[in-house]
Write a protein that binds this ligand. Structure first.
Ligand SMILES: [Zn+2]
Length: 66
């Protein structure tokens, strides 16, 4: 996983492991420091936004059993 100061190779949304801050970063941009930990190494983990939609979501109108 990329750290702050590295150039991004895969455009997308990333979350940092220390504080859970989400960023959207384009390919070729440098990963920023964590806003709360500017002097520490920050690891940015890619988020697969498409996968989030696969999580079970309760849809009230889909379940009409009495
Ligand atoms: Zn942090």
């Amino acid at each position: 996983m990329p750290n702050n100061g590295e150039a991004n190779k895969n455009f997308g949304v990333y979350i940092n492991l220390c504080c859970g801050v989400e960023i959207f970063i384009a390919e070729g941009r440098v990963f920023p420091d964590c806003p709360n930990h500017p002097r520490l190494t920050t690891i940015w983990k890619p988020i697969q936004k498409d996968k989030i939609h696969e999580l079970p979501i309760r849809r009230p109108k889909a379940d009409t059993t009495v």
